[in-house]
Write a protein that binds this ligand. Structure first.
Ligand code: 13P
Length: 250
């Protein structure tokens, strides 16, 4: 973590959460109230964005979305545009999560268009990259991540409108994480790659680690150089766990 990049911990609720989950949001807002050391964001399912954004207004917890269509509007049944996410109160949109890349066949070019859509709507794009276990075992992790960055990053990115999340696919929901050395090496590689692609803007862009971050490992993982926060799945559903993660920054 660098002094010049304010850390952020983002909860990705994935396809979990109902109106009844508002109690967890309330507890997260209470826990975040005294924390000025890091930003906190919750990305609930789309059905909860407007309600959560209203509840969280004026609190330290921002609300984000998990995906969007890349068009502004049109004949795309079931899809939701970045402008609609903004209208509902989202401050950011996760794009290119490995579950969308796998479940919906999203390629880098579409991830890039979605990131551009988020920017067009005035929102932060949280762009996800990550290698599979087979790719890591084959020694291809940096090649894969480098290629995803080349294809997924819009031409114009700023430290304010873009966050990059490194989420090794094999660490998501498995309880397994890379070694601290491997995380540090990959984050250093990513920053260098983004700098090579887009220049010194890379030095201000926050790089998050995601994949089995828990209260028990958050301090060491989020303390790594070039790790500017976390993207948290399962452990972001309960306020006690999530607060135990973002609380390492207080
Ligand atoms: P877990 O924290 O459940 O491993 O999920 C990580 C993730 O995919 C966040 O986007």
């Amino acid at each position: 973590m660098s002094q010049s990049r304010q850390p952020i911990v983002i909860g990705n609720w994935k396809m979990n959460g109902l109106e009844a989950s508002a109690g967890e949001l309330n507890a997260m807002m209470a826990a975040a109230a005294g924390n000025s050391a890091c930003k906190v964001m919750v990305c609930p399912p789309t059905t909860l964005i407007a309600g959560f954004a209203a509840k969280a207004a004026g609190s330290k917890v921002a609300i984000g979305a998990q995906d969007c269509h890349d068009a502004v509007s049109g004949a795309h049944t079931g899809d939701i545009s970045a402008e609609m996410m903004a209208d509902a109160g989202a401050a950011a949109i996760i794009v290119g999560h490995s579950e969308r890349r796998a479940d919906h066949g999203e390629a880098d070019s579409l991830v890039c268009s979605k990131a551009e859509a988020a920017h067009r709507a005035g929102l932060v794009a949280i762009i996800c990259v990550g290698e599979t276990e087979a790719q890591r075992d084959a020694g291809q992790a940096e090649d894969i991540i480098g290629g995803q960055l080349e294809g997924s990053l819009p031409a114009e990115i700023t430290a304010e409108n873009t966050i990059i999340a490194y989420e090794p696919v094999w660490a998501i929901g498995t309880g397994r994480t890379p070694t601290l050395e491997d995380i540090e090496a990959m984050h250093s590689f990513i920053r260098g790659k983004v700098q090579a692609l887009r220049g010194d803007v890379a030095l201000g862009i926050r790089l998050l680690y995601g994949g089995s971050v828990k209260p028990g490992n958050a301090k060491e993982i989020l303390g790594i150089e070039d790790v500017d926060g976390g993207l948290v799945g399962g452990a972001s559903l309960k306020a006690e766990d999530f607060a135990g993660i973002f609380g390492v920054f207080s």
